[in-house]
Design a protein around this ligand. Structure first.
Ligand SMILES: *Cc1c(COP(=O)(O)O)cnc(C)c1O
Length: 461
């Protein structure tokens, strides 16, 4: 398995060079055209694995595949979903982790990794205003939201952990905005609640969840004998970057004795940008928070975080005892991740965030993020000047726009397709409400510049 140090060194250098090239030269290239599955399947057909190949050939094949097929999210004109280009510290960290391969399941097997992650959970908890935050790193926002649903169920229904939902005398209900991330539908299915348990509250004319409508829906559900247990506020919706009225939600959740979760997968980074101070007001009173370092913070996937102000809840939801796991941590003041999160064997997720933050510091990170916010503002200005109507009102760098309120979804999709086909930029279509189709462009790359914005405006025509 292990190659000689000389060969390894050469391959390492080749991989490093390929990654640097991908980052340094991609801006001069067009974004890749769409790939047909048959094309890749035929290329892969040459691998029947009957005999091995040289490591150089295998490495070149992998580099070519990664470079030439797929939407290059490392491109400064990728105005897409929250898939940033990764920074050097981030990908170096992931390579180091793969090489050393620490096992995080038990604290005593990987004390350094476990304490680095604990340190970060505390530091981000503090940034978000949670006192003494507990939490765990996870694969991404979907797992963090799943963890939140499980913690809320365990906290609100004492018999859930041992007897499941059948021990309850009603149907558990959780409340999200119709603009919330759809991972909550999966979370409800996986938790045995069924997707009906997710109650989608309509958004108001500014596309934010309507607090009054939320109150009314909870009251009506209680009237029917349902069991409300959780309210989710989104801080930075996926489509429009909108921020739900977190303080109002919080009040409703407290009054109704419901778990209050803030899904800040992307928008949570606003807490690191001084000019956006106050944007996330109310998040500090959350029972739990989802944050993805692999989104706005530009570390490689997957780097989700689940944070909570309830230090015992992850243990109540996840603790089990086994004979085969190491026991030497039991006398220490530590949590074993296998008993404190959904995963068991787990890679060291936090190092890429640790190295990125240790290198930049909060101030350096704030500069990177503030640049993206500024590019977002500039994009909105340029779109308006070019006759587009920007319809989402958010300080975060996403523009949702159309020519006029009479634009049909088909017309907007045709514009999106034309831009994407041209290879000049990657943008997408979405809806802010079922009656509001828009084109969406998000600043996801820390290196996007004014000239990249001009190229987008031009390609929109
Ligand atoms: C991206 C996103 C998620 C899902 O996170 P993954 O990391 O893709 O699993 C959840 N909520 C919001 C608001 C998101 O933007």
């Amino acid at each position: 398995m292990l190659l000689t140090s000389e060969i390894t060194h050469d391959l390492w250098e080749r991989c490093g060079q390929a990654i640097v090239d991908q980052h340094e030269t991609i801006g001069e290239r067009k974004l890749n055209p769409a790939t047909r599955p048959e094309e890749l399947r035929s290329i892969l057909g040459q691998f029947n694995f009957e005999s091995g190949r040289s490591p150089e050939e295998v490495v070149e094949f992998a580099i070519r595949g990664l470079r030439d097929f797929g939407v290059p999210t490392t491109h400064p004109r990728y105005y897409g979903l929250f898939n940033p280009s990764s920074g050097t510290m981030g990908w170096l960290a992931d390579a180091l982790v793969a090489g050393f391969n620490p096992q995080l399941a038990a604290w005593t097997h990987a004390p350094f990794a476990n304490e680095v992650e604990r340190h970060l959970i505390r530091a981000f908890g503090q940034k978000f205003g949670l006192e003494k935050a507990d939490g765990t790193f996870c694969s991404g926002g979907a797992e963090a939201n799943q963890t939140a649903v499980l913690c809320a169920l365990v906290a609100k229904f004492p018999t859930y952990a041992s007897h499941g939902t059948r021990s309850l005398n009603g149907n558990p209900r959780l409340y999200v905005s119709e603009q919330a991330h759809h991972s909550f539908i999966k979370a409800a299915r996986f938790a045995g609640l069924g997707s009906d348990a997710v109650r989608e509250v309509p958004v108001d004319s500014s596309f934010r969840l309507d607090a009054e409508a939320l109150s009314r829906m909870i009251a009506a559900d209680r009237e029917k004998g349902d069991l409300p247990f959780m309210v989710v506020g989104t801080a930075g919706t996926t489509s429009g970057g909108l921020i739900d009225p977190l303080p109002a939600f919080n009040e409703i959740a407290k009054r109704e004795e419901l778990w209050f979760h803030t899904d800040a997968a992307w928008g949570g980074a606003a807490a690191m940008i001084p000019s956006l101070d106050g944007t996330l007001e109310g998040m500090e009173r959350s029972d739990s928070i989802t944050f993805d370092a692999h989104k706005f913070l530009s570390v490689p996937m997957g780097a989700g975080m689940f944070l909570t102000s309830h230090p015992d809840i992850l243990g109540e939801a996840c603790r089990i005892t086994t004979d085969y796991m190491p026991r030497d941590g039991r006398s220490l003041d530590v949590d074993d991740p296998y008993s404190h999160s959904m995963q068991w064997s787990r890679r060291f997720i936090g190092l890429k965030l640790f190295m990125s933050l240790a290198h930049l510091g909060w101030d350096g990170y704030a500069d990177v993020l503030a640049h993206q916010v500024e590019m977002g503002n500039e994009l909105k200005r340029k779109l308006s000047a070019a006759g587009w109507e920007v319809v989402n009102d958010t300080p975060l760098p996403i523009a949702c726009f159309r020519r006029s309120s009479s634009d049909s979804p088909d017309e907007l999709m045709a514009t999106v397709d034309r831009v994407v086909q041209s290879g000049e930029a990657w943008i997408s279509f979405t809806r802010l409400r079922s009656d509001t189709p828009v084109i969406r462009a998000c600043i996801t790359h820390y290196g996007t510049q004014d000239s990249d914005l001009d190229a987008l405006i031009q390609s929109l025509g």
